[in-house]
Design a protein around this ligand. Structure first.
Ligand code: ADP
Length: 399
């Protein structure tokens, strides 16, 4: 079977695509279609001859996918010649129904439709692209890889909220967790770096990107994670608040008369680091801190304090750990976040070595002191590769 997989990763207003060589994890061609549904959309494509940018209206997710395929046809590599083995679709929400990647058929489409209330922005976009791709590539296996699947191993006392039983039974309200594909991938890499079977590793994985989450991984299984019913919970993020007293939105609505839609928008898009300092990019945050901006200093401290709190909590959940693993755009690149988040945890055996931590690199690496009880690892994530590998495995098993 051909070992190349086209990975389609759809957000609420963007579409990322990548033609992945599953043996090496490299992208032979990839791109990003942005601002779907707006007149000033764009297509950024990276092919064998370099990068191309095209500005144009992108009317719908279907339009976005067609533009991606056009970009392959115009700038290469040719999908016809690539010999695709499967198409892997990232699907954000699999509810409690999907704990593994699944071959897409009409029944799966119906099941993902039923989950739309749980992910109203993402699942409809995922479905639209799945349906278009199935029409355009009717002879290829299509596989759904769910962001929630990895966390289906959470035990009931972790995924159940302390609210009336009916909330879970009637409305499927429980902790789901997200970022699962990334956490699964870096856990495997971390075990390799530790030289131990994954089954014997206890890890705290910190995925710090635009969204951010912490996950306790015991023997390759997620046993606790900071995101919850939605990706709004847990760590402070670029634009999301993370954990909050649940009475605050009620107060804003009931006492101050805020509209629920406005509260929703502010907590998801105008909070987090952006809410405190006005920017959500950590490079900008770092620049402002260097200039002595007090809000930037405060935002940084809040962000790192929340991480430290979760590391301590998950240390307790796991009863000891082999490694803390940083990944995602911030986790992989921001040495100051790594060192400040883990400061003062030497009693737990966690110690970052400053010189190693400062080295910039795209390679997986250890940034803890030699012989330190707990390894501190930086592992670049590669969700596209993980989706491609899982999709191909499902496609091969289905033959
Ligand atoms: P996503 O969650 O959308 O996949 P990424 O994992 O790519 O996002 O992370 C994006 C974030 O990573 C950016 O918003 C930025 O804050 C941060 N980032 C990227 N490069 C750097 C860098 N060199 N230094 C610090 N932060 C960085």
């Amino acid at each position: 079977m051909n070992r190349h997989v086209l990975v389609i990763n759809v957000g609420s207003s963007s579409l990322k695509y990548s033609l992945v060589d599953t043996d090496h994890g490299t992208a032979l061609g990839s791109g990003l279609v942005e601002r779907i549904g707006e007149p000033d959309g764009s297509v950024h494509h990276r092919g064998p001859d370099g990068d191309t940018d095209t500005a144009r209206e992108v009317r719908s997710h279907e339009d976005a996918l067609r533009l991606a395929l056009d970009a392959f046809a115009t700038h290469g590599p040719s999908l016809d010649d690539a010999g695709l083995g499967a198409i892997g679709h990232r699907v954000v929400h699999g509810g409690d129904r999907f704990s593994a990647p699944t071959l897409i058929d009409d029944e799966l489409v119906r099941a993902v439709e039923e989950l739309v209330p749980l992910a109203p922005l993402h699942n409809p976009a995922n479905l639209e692209c799945i349906q278009v791709a199935r029409r355009l590539f009717p002879n290829l296996p299509h596989v759904a890889v769910f962001d929630t699947a990895f966390h289906q191993t959470l035990p009931p006392h972790v995924y159940t909220y302390a609210v009336p039983r009916e909330w879970a039974e009637d409305h499927r309200i429980r902790r789901y967790g997200f970022h699962g594909t990334s956490v699964g991938f870096v856990s495997g890499e971390a075990a390799r770096m530790l030289g131990k079977p994954l089954e014997d590793c206890r890890l705290i994985v910190l995925h710090l990107g635009n969204g951010a989450s912490a996950t306790a991984v015991d023997g390759g299984r997620s046993v606790e994670t900071s995101m919850g019913f939605t990706p709004l919970a847990g760590l402070v993020m670029g634009t999301r608040s993370g954990d909050l007293d649940p009475a605050i939105p009620l107060h804003l609505h009931l006492r101050l008369g805020w509209k629920v839609e406005d509260i929703d928008r502010v907590l998801n898009r105008e909070s987090g680091v952006k809410g405190i300092v006005g920017h959500n990019d950590f490079r900008e945050l770092s620049r402002l801190r260097d200039e002595g901006d007090p809000d930037a200093g405060l935002a940084f401290d809040i962000y790192c304090h929340r991480i430290r709190k979760y590391v301590g909590a998950y240390f307790a959940v796991l009863g000891g750990i082999d490694a803390v693993v940083f990944t995602g755009g911030v986790g992989e690149n921001d040495a100051q976040v790594r060192s400040a988040s883990l400061r003062g945890l030497t009693r737990l055996g966690i110690e970052v070595e400053d010189e190693r931590n400062r080295v910039r690199s795209r390679e997986p690496r250890a940034v803890s002191a030699e012989g330190s009880e707990v390894a501190v690892l930086v592992v670049p994530t590669n969700e596209e590769w993980e989706i491609a590998r899982q999709a191909l495995a499902v496609a091969e098993a289905a033959v």
